[in-house]
Design a protein. Structure first.
Length: 526
């Protein structure tokens, strides 16, 4: 093949489409049974995108965006998966993909100038270019406490939810993990279970989503304005149409600040992120906004001790991924919903019939695990990827993930990553970023084919300079100041550091574009 694409999420789907359109032979490999990536696997109750559909959808084809109609401001998992299927049908993508096929090894053959890919079905495929569309959040992480395999009830993982409905009625259910996934699960399971125990270690800040059905007139306007909306998204810091401001927190009076925050809380969504320009750089401003949210928790949760335990402290708001919820704090007012504070009483082990913390054992019929992912670097460390001279990604990343623009790595010719570590990754709208990444890679491949260039990789000095920029920008933001998957703190032994570019989508895109405009002077062609 000319190219192999690993992964059939939104990035992989667009890569296959674009490469095919350029006339390349393409084979896609996907461990899941169909397209959709994370939305194929994450079918947990309440799963929903906390970016608005207007952002979280492809902008490369006007035909697609005119034909598809979203029903809500923030779409639920079934609708997003239906959208991925709609795109796959329209673009006839499935014929290029091998589903239920996991890539288990990738090796660069320098003599033949191609990648040899091995799959769990025993295939061996060679291709000139390899595109890793493996996703920043595709390797789920089980908790470290022992005994999970001894539990005699049902264990459900948010990241690999069953495809058949799960009945919680009459059950004693436990949930471990209160990140974005756990917070979406809580209100839905709370409405069904007989007893529900939420095991919380680090409380997250969450704000009301206030999702709405989309009015037909709004949809008409949206469709009429898509070109401008996409242009605004591509010119923005986050790659989306969220509000932004140049107003620092302390530039207005306390009562004005209070009103601005109350309005944003009432509107819902991620408006909070765009309220003040210095939220992620000024710790004092950040703390005041955090305190506002703590006040809302106190006002919502009836039991003062539960409210207190739910209040996040000790790390900046928005340093963990901000969550949007529908009735999360309210769920703790139900008499059968119990918060277990795992900071005060850490989980010791799972037993045959429940969870034992230092305070005692909670009996459970069903245990939901929503303990996150080995983010950003996990997917390329999950199998052996060997580049020039047999050096592996595992060796290269032993001290932390390194790349050039989050797209390529010195020593790994013709290998590209989508939304890779050290790019904007999870800090930008991932579909805008996928499209930008694929367009840039395809333009480079086109340049190589036109000029009979066999292989490309970044110059080591260019990679070093990029990493230097990523690290120095990370120092300036509060995003690096919490123990999250953003900095690798959730995986034992993982090197610590914010391996994402924090300069914003627009700057990133500009940098990539300039590399191309300068004739790829930071790359090494052979
Ligand atoms: O995972 P997380 P997630 N004992 O890592 C807890 C995206 N996403 O799947 O922080 C007790 O955020 C852990 O506690 P702590 C989004 O980018 C998007 O929820 O380690 N608890 C934490 O509370 C998000 O950031 C959407 O102290 C343990 C939780 O498990 C990313 O996915 C929806 C534990 C893991 O939280 C990951 O979110 C959902 C233990 N031993 C997800 N080990 C959208 O809406 C771990 N935890 C688009």
């Amino acid at each position: 093949m000319d190219a192999i694409v690993v992964g059939a999420g939104f990035g992989g789907m667009y890569a296959v489409h674009k490469l095919n359109e350029m006339g390349l032979s393409v084979a896609g490999f996907e461990a899941g049974g169909d397209v959709g990536g994370v939305w194929y696997w994450n079918r947990y109750p309440g799963a929903r995108c906390d970016l608005m559909c207007v952002d979280y959808s492809y902008g490369f084809s006007d035909a697609l965006q005119q034909e598809w109609t979203w029903s809500e401001q923030f779409a639920a998992q079934p609708e997003i998966l239906a959208y991925a299927n709609f795109v796959a049908d329209k673009l006839d993508l499935r014929r290029h993909f091998h589903f239920e096929t996991r890539v288990t090894g990738a090796t660069w053959d320098a003599e033949a100038n191609n990648w040899i890919m091995i799959t769990d079905r025993g295939d061996e495929i060679r291709a000139t270019y390899c595109i890793m569309a493996t996703g920043p959040l595709s390797i789920p992480k089980d908790p470290e406490f022992p005994g999970l395999e001894t539990f005699e009830g049902e264990v459900l993982r948010a990241a690999k939810w069953p495809h058949t409905p799960v009945d919680f009625a009459g059950k004693r259910v436990g949930l471990v993990g209160t990140g974005s996934s756990g917070i979406q699960i809580v209100p839905v399971v709370a409405a069904q279970a007989a007893e529900f125990h939420v095991f919380q270690r680090t409380p997250s800040y969450t704000m009301p989503m206030r999702n709405t059905a989309l009015d037909p007139d709004y949809v008409t306007e949206l469709k009429r304005n898509y070109p401008a909306i996409r242009a605004v998204a591509r010119a923005s810091h986050l790659g989306g149409v969220r509000p932004v401001t140049s107003r620092p927190f302390f530039s207005i009076t306390p009562s004005q600040r209070q009103r601005v925050m109350e309005d944003a809380w009432a509107r819902g969504g991620l408006d909070f992120l765009g309220l003040f320009s210095d939220l992620l750089t000024n710790p004092e401003a950040n703390e005041q906004v955090a305190e506002f949210v703590r006040g809302k928790i106190a006002a919502t949760v009836n039991d003062p001790a539960t409210a207190e335990a739910l209040k996040p402290r000790g790390y900046p708001i928005f340093a963990r991924r901000p969550c949007l919820d529908t009735g999360y704090y309210e769920a703790f007012n139900l008499p059968h919903v119990h918060l277990v504070d795992c900071i005060k009483h850490p989980i010791e082990r799972v037993t045959a019939h429940g969870i034992t913390t230092t305070a005692g054992t909670v009996a459970l019929d069903t245990l939901i695990v929503a303990t996150g992912y080995d983010g950003l670097s996990g997917a390329l460390l999950a199998f052996e990827v060997a580049g020039r001279d047999g050096h592996t990604v595992r060796e290269k990343w032993a001290g932390g993930a390194r790349s050039y623009l989050g797209l390529m790595m010195a020593g790994f010719p013709n290998l590209f990553m989508l939304c890779g570590p050290n790019g904007p990754a999870a800090l930008a709208n991932i579909i805008t970023l996928d499209e930008q990444n694929v367009n840039w890679i395809c333009q480079l491949i086109d340049h190589m084919r036109t000029n009979s260039i066999a292989s490309v990789e970044p110059q080591p000095a260019a990679e070093d300079a990029w990493m230097e920029q990523v690290f120095s920008l990370a120092e300036l933001t509060l995003v690096s100041k919490a123990n999250t998957w953003y900095v690798g703190a959730n995986v034992d032994g993982k090197p610590r550091g914010l391996s994402m570019y924090t300069g914003g989508f627009f700057k990133y895109n500009e940098t990539c574009t300039n590399v191309a405009l300068r004739g790829y002077d930071t790359l090494r062609f052979a």
